[in-house]
Design a binder for this molecule. Structure first.
Ligand SMILES: Cc1ncc(COP(=O)(O)O)c(C=O)c1O
Length: 377
């Protein structure tokens, strides 16, 4: 909300500080994707938040709740386990409110996210991604133990504290409902803590219980199986490179009863799709946004011509320049062929005809995916 600011230099129509710019992110129609899927597809692009991710919304809500509940005192230290985005948003709010921030992160987080956390003044504790949640070395356990060791510390607990989902119930859900004029039929969203999908779903289902809520889960995560069988199966857990998608725990913020189905997507299809989104739509979004768009292609067979689909893109692609937008990283993962030459580079070498472009390979891959969607259950 813009407020008139008479006290600081008479500058009218200014935000009192950066926190006022959180939320009210745009809904953008996706051109190429809408054409390929055959129905209007829109993206709620959360990179337009000042911290470039949806986590700005929950940082404000969680900190204000902790203040009200007396768990957070002036000058205190915020502690959170985060794949990076929540940590950054918390550090941003903390900078304005005078708190210190310590973030425990899994060692798979991108270098960009690590440096962003430090740039915003957070202290970072890097933990092995393989450590199971109950292992004292895991990023969950380290956050809890630090909050006990440090005086005047507050563990915000985005996985279980209900203010996470509440932030999306109060902001993201109503924004999408208004932006689609109530015509949304399907909502696709990555599921990590579950706060984004569950809070948004609660609002949308209250408005229209027929809206289909589709969670995007990663291979290596327990969520889809738990949703379908009510069983927590540790065999489902293995390490992957996706950030923010899937879980090795059952987060209290995931309202499984509001989610109609989960779709699993692979690291590779998510990375390729994020790269394709930049080239086709001009929108540079993160790894999990690629996962959501890849999930859409797997569901193509369910849509009717009158449907209106909203994808939630959680963060900005600049956070993954050293991962999915780096050809060497992609090759090292086996996601693209080392013999392929990117057509961007062909220009600089003066080769006129791209006979084997990455782009063509990616398009062929997704065309195959589209065709296979017709035979998927
Ligand atoms: C990049 C990214 N995408 C998606 C998510 C999932 O959001 P949520 O935790 O609300 O389920 C996260 C959460 O960490 C994230 O960082």
């Amino acid at each position: 909300m813009i407020t008139e600011n008479h006290n600081h230099g008479g500058c009218l129509n200014a935000y009192p500080n950066v926190l006022g710019t959180i939320g009210q992110t745009p809904l953008i129609q996706l051109g190429t994707i809408s054409k390929e899927v055959g129905i209007p597809v829109f993206a709620k692009v959360e990179a337009f938040n000042p911290g470039h991710s949806a986590k700005d919304r929950i940082a404000m809500f969680m900190i204000e709740a902790a203040e009200k509940e007396g768990r957070l005192k002036p000058g205190g230290t915020l502690i959170e386990a985060s794949s990076g985005n929540t940590g950054y948003s918390l550090a941003m709010v903390a900078a304005l409110k005078g708190y210190k921030t310590i973030i425990t992160v899994p060692d798979k987080i991108s270098k960009e996210k690590l440096n962003l956390l430090k740039a915003m003044g957070a202290k970072v504790v890097i933990c092995p991604k393989e450590a199971p949640p109950e292992d004292p070395r895991s990023y969950y356990s380290r956050a809890i133990s630090l909050s006990k060791e440090i005086r005047n510390a507050c563990y915000l607990n985005q996985n279980h504290h209900p203010t996470n989902a509440e932030a999306h119930y109060r902001t993201t859900g109503p924004e999408i409902w208004k932006q689609t004029e109530g015509r949304i039929t399907h909502f696709l969203c990555a599921s990590g803590t579950g706060g984004t999908i569950s809070g948004t779903a609660r609002f949308l289902k209250e408005m229209n219980p027929d809206i289909q809520i589709i969670g995007i889960d990663a291979y290596g995560s327990v969520l889809k199986k738990y949703h379908e069988t009510n069983e927590f199966d540790p065999v489902e857990i293995y390490s992957n490179t996706l950030e923010g998608v899937g879980k090795s725990i059952i987060p209290g913020n995931t309202a499984f009863d509001l989610i109609d189905q989960y779709i699993k997507v692979s690291d590779r299809e998510s990375a390729l799709m994020a790269r394709q989104l930049a080239r086709d739509e001009g929108i540079l979004v993160g790894y999990s946004s690629g996962a959501v768009a890849a999930g859409l292609y797997k569901l193509m067979h369910i849509f009717r011509p009158e449907d209106r689909v909203v994808l939630l893109f959680s963060d900005h692609g600049s956070r993954y320049l050293s991962k999915i937008f780096d050809d060497e990283w992609m090759q090292a993962q086996g996601f693209i062929d080392p013999n392929e030459v990117d057509e961007n580079e062909l220009d600089t070498r003066g080769i006129s005809k791209a006979t084997s472009s990455v782009r063509r390979r990616v398009l062929t891959y997704f065309r195959d995916l589209v065709e296979s969607a017709n035979i998927l259950p």
